[in-house]
Design a protein around this ligand. Structure first.
Ligand code: NDP
Ligand code: 2IT
Length: 450
């Protein structure tokens, strides 16, 4: 490996040794940009990689709230303002019990490259809390969000840092966060958060954007490889949250047959094809568990998830769309998917495949749509929401969807072109990293040592 990359990786492993997801994300990027670093020995002297892998700012804060029993609970809040090279920090907020500094930094780091690929002026950031929203009342969620924003508000702004949703943060949470921001600032700063409700500044098609975008990317990737399409293909989708649901909707629209979806407890397999309206009812309206699907479709099957088996990846499929969380496809699952004839993986979640799983897919000629590129439709549409807020104007659903579709086509073409330039064939994982890194490196050189 390139000596400069090796030196930087060594330092990162030493400095951040408990942050395993962060190290994993950095290793994945640096390993694939090696041919670029080889061509640019001048980067070492200006510590370009060291600067790109160190957050500009990392904020942690106390988030106390009172639960419905009257007891005070304290959580930890985070905001990682990773890079403002090409625009205000931009990225979601995750509320999940697993959240820690390493997960925040990995997500913030990924976001820099993803946002650069969109072609829009947005830097990279991420935030969240180890608060677990499951089973909490609306009032508890509201009080938690208000407490979280009481601290976060001093660090964000529509030209500074613009949070949005992620796992455990959807339209309801963004509403409570926005209300509290406005109350403290005493000004209507619409573009300070994205993923807002449609009645107070949200964008049409933002809710659908990540899932739709993923499937638009998949369509381009299939087309570029043997003129294939989604029509008639079997698809499995992990998760049943925002990304999974709208990926399912667009895949169905393109003629695919979706046979399985999941949550963290297990997966449902419906050989007749998933009834998406029912999944929406269970997940979006009732906030229930995916196994309740069998209440209506008693002929569907349910497989429990265990700590060492994610059963959805044992199901035969042509296309797998991991849309739940990081590291949900390990090498064993990758082998199982390949044994069952998978032709393409579309990453809706951030870093859903372990590196050895990705390498195994690529070595076995399975197409991989890398998360930084294939799930960028969400944040791209967030940037379109920010533009609408600045213009004090709304675009129609069709207008936003068309812009999203074009952005996904452009992102696919950037990945393809970069992979071809470096003789990497259809390795879009490397293509995505090279395309975004090249752009960021230029911006970093242009802005001097900061
Ligand atoms: P949601 O909270 O809406 O849904 C998350 C889904 O994934 C749920 O079904 C959840 O199941 C499941 N899940 C979460 N954690 C785990 C876990 N540890 N093991 C198994 N299943 C799990 O989140 P989103 O749909 O918004 O996000 C999903 C993924 O997509 C994340 O990786 C996120 O970072 C990424 N992403 C999201 C974007 C967005 O616009 N929302 C944009 C780009 C990427 P359960 O209910 O049981 O927890
Ligand atoms: O991972 C992601 O890109 C998101 N959660 C969406 C971020 C955003 O700002 O819309």
């Amino acid at each position: 490996m390139n000596a400069y990359i090796e030196k930087v990786l060594e330092e990162i492993r030493n400095k951040n040794n408990v942050e395993k997801e962060f190290i994993q994300a950095v290793e994945e990027v640096l390993a694939t940009i090696e041919p670029v670093i080889d061509r640019h020995p001048e980067y070492e002297n200006i510590a370009l990689l060291e600067r790109m892998t160190e957050p500009e700012r990392l904020i942690t804060f106390r988030v106390p709230y009172v639960n419905d029993e009257g007891k005070t609970i304290v959580h930890r809040g985070y905001r990682v303002q990773f890079s403002s090279l090409i625009g205000p920090y931009k990225g979601g907020l995750r509320f999940h019990k697993s959240v820690n500094q390493g997960i925040m930094k990995f997500l913030g780091f990924e976001q820099i490259f993803k946002n650069a690929l969109t072609g829009l002026p947005i830097g990279g950031g991420k935030g969240g809390s180890d608060f677990d929203p499951k089973g909490k009342s609306d009032n508890e969620i509201m009080r938690f969000c208000q407490s979280f924003m009481t601290e976060l508000q001093r660090h964000i702004g529509q030209d500074v840092d613009v949070p949005a949703g992620d796992i455990g943060v959807g339209e309801r949470e963004i509403g409570y966060l926005f209300g509290q921001y406005k109350r403290i600032k005493d000004a209507y700063e619409g573009g300070v958060l994205t993923g807002k409700g449609l009645s107070y500044g949200g964008s049409l098609a933002r809710k659908e954007a990540t899932g739709f975008g993923l499937v638009y990317f998949m369509r381009e990737m299939l087309k570029a490889n043997g003129n294939q399409s989604l029509e008639g293909k079997t698809v499995t989708i992990s998760g049943s949250g925002n990304v999974a649901i709208y990926a399912c909707q667009k895949a169905l629209e393109f003629g695919a047959k979706v046979v399985a979806m999941s949550d963290s407890n297990g997966c449902i397999y419906d050989k007749n094809g998933i009834d998406l309206d029912l999944v929406k009812q269970i997940k979006e309206v009732e906030r229930g568990r995916i196994r309740e699907y069998l209440r209506v479709h008693s002929d569907a099957e349910y497989f429990e998830q265990t700590s060492d088996d994610v059963p959805i990846w044992n199901i035969k499929t042509d296309i797998a769309l991991p849309c739940a969380t990081q590291n949900e496809i390990n090498l064993n699952s990758a082998k199982k998917l390949i044994e069952n004839g998978v032709i393409a993986i579309g990453e809706g979640a951030n870093m859903p495949c372990l590196k050895d799983a990705t390498d195994y897919f690529l070595a076995n000629n399975v197409l991989v749509a890398p998360a930084k590129a294939s799930n960028a439709g969400g944040v791209a549409t967030s940037a379109i929401e920010m533009s609408q807020n600045s213009m004090r104007y709304y675009l129609t659903f069709e207008e936003v969807d068309k812009m999203l579709e074009n952005i996904m086509k452009n992102i696919f073409n950037s990945c393809k072109t970069a992979a071809e330039q470096y003789n990497l064939g259809n390795n879009y994982v490397a293509g995505a990293n090279i395309a975004s890194f090249t752009k960021l490196a230029k911006a970093m050189q242009a802005q001097g040592i900061v």
